[in-house]
Write a protein that binds this ligand. Structure first.
Ligand code: FPP
Length: 250
């Protein structure tokens, strides 16, 4: 924690939790065991994020594309999700965490919706940290959904075609209601985005960690944040050192 500056925390951190399957495979275990350990890492990470004072944490728990995995694995993930929500209910409520979910939630089985929906309502007024679970989520799908909403509004005459701006699109995206992600962490060693928060990623800082998700712990979160804090964010402008280089060149 000494590594992290309390003043300069990223407002919104997104995590692509990758590596559960490989974690299990190297131990000769079924993939579901990796997901179970992954759920324990989720618990640790939410606690660490809350302790640190992060305002928003978005976890990529299940993509729209993950439905195509073997039925047994999808089933195991849905049961883990339900168990997580049941077991963490009190901690979420007691710690001022607002639970949110984004994605094609209509595809989730009733056993998940039965615990997810009440916890979302019960925690709605909490304001210490927003924990968003991206479930049956796809970045491209979310962009298409936003475009559809605006197209309908144009067709109904509520807005003009010129009103379809980048900001209007942004406002239609539930995953960005807590703001764009400032930092996106991906575990598991791959260096890709896999359809996560695509629209909001425009100026996000990316941090790739080799640790497999079930082994992710507080120190890995702090290391990612320390790395973020060492970067200069320019948002398309000229930064401190860039400005002086430009002056010398003129
Ligand atoms: C990617 O690892 C991970 C997932 C598809 C699921 C993430 C789920 C959890 C962390 C546990 C349940 C979630 C909650 C919120 C309780 P992978 O299976 O693709 O791993 P691999 O790349 O090693 O095969």
């Amino acid at each position: 924690m000494d590594l992290v500056e309390a003043r300069n925390l990223p407002g919104h951190v997104g995590i692509i939790m990758d590596g559960n399957g490989r974690w299990a495979q190297v131990r000769g275990q079924p993939r579901a065991v990796g997901h179970r350990e992954g759920a324990a890492a989720v618990r640790r990470t939410v606690r660490a994020a809350r302790r640190l004072g992060l305002r928003a944490l978005t976890l990529y728990a299940f993509s729209e594309q993950n439905w195509a995995r073997p039925e047994e694995e999808v089933d195991a993930l849905m049961h883990l999700l339900k168990d997580f929500l049941l077991n963490e209910r009190e901690e979420i409520l007691d710690n001022g965490i607002r639970l949110n979910a984004v994605g094609n939630l209509g595809r989730l089985p009733a056993l998940v919706r039965a615990v997810l929906d009440p916890l979302r309502s019960e925690s709605q007024q909490n304001d210490c940290m927003t924990l968003t679970l991206a479930l049956s989520y796809g970045g491209r799908e979310e962009i298409a959904q936003a475009a559809r909403e605006l197209a309908k509004a144009v067709a109904a005459g509520r807005i003009r075609p010129d009103d379809v701006t980048a900001d209007a699109m942004h406002a239609q995206m539930p995953s960005l209601s807590v703001g764009d992600p400032d930092l996106v962490i991906r575990t598991g060693g791959e260096r890709r985005i896999s359809n996560f928060l695509l629209y909001g990623l425009a100026y996000a800082e990316l941090h790739f960690a080799d640790v497999l998700w079930p082994d992710f712990c507080e120190k890995d979160l702090f290391a990612a944040i320390a790395s973020y804090q060492g970067r200069e964010r320019r948002f398309g402008l000229v930064g401190g050192s860039g400005a002086s280089i430009t002056r010398i060149a003129i």
